[in-house]
Design a protein around this ligand. Sequence first.
Ligand code: TYD
Ligand code: MG
Length: 460
Amino acid sequence: MKSSKTVYVCRECDYQSAKWLGRCPQCEAWNSFEEETYAAPPKTASAARRTAGGESERAVLFKDFSVPEYLRRKTGIGELDRVLGGGIVEGSVVLFAGEPGIGKSTLLMQLCGKIGDSTKALYVSGEESKAQLKMRADRLGISGSSLYVLTETSIERILAEYDRVKPELMIVDSIQTVTADGVASASGSVTQVRECASMLIGRAKADGASVVIVGHVNKEGGIAGPKVLEHMVDAVIYFEGERSLPHRVVRAVKNRFGSTNEIGVFEMTEKGLEQVANPSAMLLEGRPVGVSGSCAACVMEGSRPLIAEIQALVTPTVFPSPRRTANGIDYNRMCLLLAVLEKRLGLKFSACDVYLNVIGGMRLDEPAIDAAACLAMISSLRDIPIPDDLISFGELGLSGEFRSVASAEQRVSEAFRLGFTKIALPKRCASKLTLPDAGVELIPMNGIYDALRIFKSDGN
Ligand code: TYD
Ligand code: MG
């Protein structure tokens, strides 16, 4: 038998090297190498499974193939069902990722309580003791009459218990704490995570059980462990939010059984995570009235329109190079918008510090926020408030033109529902719109020049 051997593996692309490298020659990622130790020649479980099974897949004539009926189990938590595309699919593997303390274990424990007594669930924790799990369950009001818990980190023993209990839903909290016998490296390393995940996935596919894997995130915000983990699972769900703020956004970044980009909004309370039925109203709570530098924006998060407040603060700079800070909006996007405003409108942002913030710790990546971000920055620069009942959306082009965005009608009706009656939007969106009410006033904008009308019509 060969003695153990040390190799360095790239977290991003699995490239192996005998010595540590600062940059991966294959995928060019920096600082991505981790030390791994193989005990014996790496005969991995996935390789063993391939040979042990004996039977190989046959090619089928595609026209004779009918899609099997996917059975979805409703989780009993509406916001989570929305993100999962209507429930958790039998035989699927879902990866839940998020920062420590954000609420992953809490939500999954709630899921075990809500999924119903008809579904047998097994909660495997490698991080907490049974007493800690029980205390949390009591606090969440979960009786758990069909819930089994196991505190174990060996994947072989976890699967043995799985075979004994035969649950329909298994939760492994977290993949970074479990280890496989054949792999000598420490728990949480690239090889361990890959190997344990592939064993869990193999079992889920073979038995039709739903498996939920919890994944930690590293300091860059990516999922710790190999990049292939995200490719291996059927759905990847991220928890977002500031730990200091009560609300949490659960977002599907990959979903083989539903549309991605859907979000679910929760609020952390003393009784666990509670669903927020009306997130726009929550995000607008406590909005200042008649103050410059604030503008409401309407973005689409999957199929749902969401209204958020964007605030800008523009002050004369005392630094040689002005400060720019963006929170909840891409920093480069903000710089691009400032450059367009400077060039097309001649506004002197170059002599000012600019701070841009989306209220409530939300992260908005849709280009439709451009219009509201520009209005907020112009409003702060000139110190002229935007009317409180005005909302804006639209993408800004480099020539200063507003480009149309999708789902204008849904955005307008959500804005109207929340009491906004003036809607500044790209002209092309305005022309094909049916208004939800006669009291809604549209302000069509061809380009950024038209946005200035908003400040003039206010009588300032
Ligand atoms: P947890 O689910 O343990 O986070 P994760 O598994 O993502 O690391 O959540 C821990 C935080 O949630 C902790 O700081 C306390 C808070 N919390 C509540 O506010 N209310 C509750 O009912 C529970 C169970 C936790
Ligand atoms: Mg946890």
